[in-house]
Design a protein around this ligand. Sequence first.
Ligand SMILES: [Zn+2]
Length: 391
Amino acid sequence: MDLDFWWLLIIPVAFAFGWIAARYDLKTLLSESSNLPRSYFRGLNFLLNEQPDQAIDAFIEVVKLDPETIELHFALGNLFRRRGETDRAIRVHQNLLGRADLPVSERDHALFELGQDFLKAGLLDRAEETFGRLESGDYALGAQRALLTIYEIEKDWSKSIETAQRLETMGAEPLDKEIAQFHCELAQEALQQKKPADAAEQLELALKANPQNVRATILAGDVKAAGGDHAGAIAEWQRVEEQNSSYLPLVAEKLMKAYAALGRAAEGADLLTSYVDRYPSNDLLDVAYQHVADLRGGDAAHTLARTQMQKSPNLAGMTRLLEAQIAAADEPRRGELELMRTLIKQRTKNLPRYTCQNCGFRARLFYWQCPGCSGWETYAPRRVEPIAASN
Ligand SMILES: [Zn+2]
């Protein structure tokens, strides 16, 4: 048997390369460091010894001696902010701003950093005021983005809309999706305050910004249902199918309630059954199953669950199928089936349902804005297959 010893050469070769690289870096550093004042090294020493206050004092001295080291302040400020020491980051950047001879571009940079310090510290008013001072220049776009974040945190949707529109005119990426969602937020507030006309106006603006916005369609149905117009609400919610059928589970229960209010529950059950047939989904099945069982009995519900399982086998569908079989079974088979259902339910009950496609945040409730990354419409409106979610 031949043994390949050539790879043993890699170790000394890699070592030699590392030694040469280190020597080169050291030489460069030494030639550069001869130009730096002693305070720089004192500051660095304090920093390495985790004495950031003394380090700041030393670095401030460096900046006084040599204006070229403004970058050092920025590096230090960022370092503190990243470590969560926002009060120190604020001090560093305020100190820079206090300098009378600071060039305009550096002043803007310092303001931008200071705004971020305030934002990270949760001092939203002061962050807003700081970013508001950056109306033009290299940091204007970044400042407007930060302002948008602030208004979203404050749930100031009118200002969010204004800022997003301004960002678009400044050359940022299209923000139609976000703007439509901000209008939906305003519509929801109006609905809660029992101002249906205001809500309808906002929803129109939402769909104008983004015709694909399903939430506006769902809310338009909510506005009509709240006003007692159940037929109108049904018409709105049915439009979800052509807009984006994957959102149908979000309106399934609403549709059934509206049909029931009109005394046409059977029609609602037919509609949901046809949805389950065309768009297999556990969430749709959950709603349809219950109503079909109540209205048409166990056999009809069993057929529904079986058809769904054949199309898209998964544990949630299996639970429904077992429930249908339990209803029709005699002892002792019934006991066995109940045991199986209990085991599957235990396996699936506490697992999250929805997963953010942007950051992976999982939640049992559906969110239009992800609580993890604050992205809009980042949740797929279908539940994650429970087995996949636990892996
Ligand atoms: Zn997310």
